[in-house]
Write a protein that binds this ligand. Structure first.
Ligand code: TYD
Length: 210
């Protein structure tokens, strides 16, 4: 939790789990209920962040550590320019990925020390913590079936072992802090997942008064 008037909601999960769809559905739900909010995505969300995103997805020269530094630069710009001002002004921020992606992808899957990632991520995120985090969990097999091969970026082209490690990373992070995390089975109907998210959100943060 942050000592800020706004609330930060984070969506995480492996490729193709549906977190972008769910972030957008939640944004629409807030819009329909006239709840002031901001939807951002990582990596990206700012002009420079989107350029960094493109490098991350396509440059073959990168390794885990250079990914971490690029991701952290994009994160720091996004937090300082958009997320922190929104939280300070009392808005709800929905973030499609956050530093837990670095812990799972660069940590569990690429093998970078978790404590190094935590230290760098906390600095990049300017000590901001989520108020609730949703892990939309699907198996790597389901994840693989959701994209055409020649449209895949550098991460999506990784092996099934890599994606299994990412998923296991997320599950161990989420299971180690059950106060923060809500794990959702992502193989269900999109609208059922959305309703579950609204229910869990209200249960924890009471954002929507019916
Ligand atoms: P994402 O927006 O989920 O991709 P897509 O729109 O194709 O679903 O994320 C882009 C990629 O960046 C994704 O493969 C995961 C990777 N990533 C990391 O490896 N570490 C991070 O900290 C973040 C935020 C993303």
């Amino acid at each position: 939790m942050n000592q800020l008037p706004g609330k930060l909601i984070v969506f995480e999960g492996v490729e193709g789990c549906g977190k972008t769809t769910q972030s957008e559905l939640l944004s629409k739900y807030f819009y329909d209920n006239q709840i002031d909010h901001l939807l951002v995505r990582e990596p990206g969300g700012t002009e420079t962040g989107e350029k960094i995103r493109s490098i991350l997805l396509h440059s073959e020269e990168l390794n885990g550590l250079s990914e971490l530094f690029l991701l952290s630069a994009a994160r720091q710009i996004l937090i300082s320019q958009k997320v922190l001002p929104a939280l300070e002004s009392g808005k709800i921020v929905i973030s499609d990925r956050f530093y837990f992606s670095s812990l799972s992808y660069q940590g569990h899957a690429r093998g970078i020390d978790q404590s190094i990632i935590w230290d760098i991520s906390k600095i990049a995120a300017m000590q901001i913590n989520p108020d609730i985090a949703f892990l939309i969990d699907i198996s790597p097999a389901q994840s693989f079936s959701r994209k055409i091969n020649d449209k895949k970026d550098r991460f999506e082209r990784e092996s099934s072992e890599f994606h299994t490690a990412v998923r296991e990373g997320y599950l161990s992070i989420a299971n180690s802090n059950q106060n923060l995390w809500r794990i959702i089975q992502g193989d269900k109907n999109i609208l059922d997942v959305h309703e579950e998210i609204i229910f869990l959100l209200n249960e924890k943060l009471s954002l929507i008064s019916e």
